[in-house]
Ligand binder design. Sequence first.
Ligand code: CO
Length: 134
Amino acid sequence: MLTKIIHIGIAVKSLEESLPFYRDNLGMSFAGIEDVAEQKVRVAMLQVGESKIELLEPTSEDSPVARFIEKNGAGIHHIAYEVADIEAAIAKLAAEGVRMIDEKPRCGAHDTRIAFLHPKSSGGVLTELCQCGH
Ligand code: CO
């Protein structure tokens, strides 16, 4: 069902402050910043081999990422796995009793469709399914 770890999401307070470490010190290739209004975040994408790092900066105090940082501090927010068929993956998990935050895929950054599993079903690790392209 899963084809690779496509990205790891990291919650940051400020992209301007966090980006130089990943881009300049770690030397990751920076693929740009995108506003994801629906999630109230600005997302910076960095490529590491076949995977990405997604830096998430909240754009509003009621952003889920703002609440995450308030509770846990900045740090790893979620792990995203690539799937070839997101509807099939959601259906399989739901049939097995896995709770989903998103029972239908929604639009993520960079032309993807995504769905989050409920952390109660994934041992507290926020887990995202991600299908590239529409
Ligand atoms: Co993500």
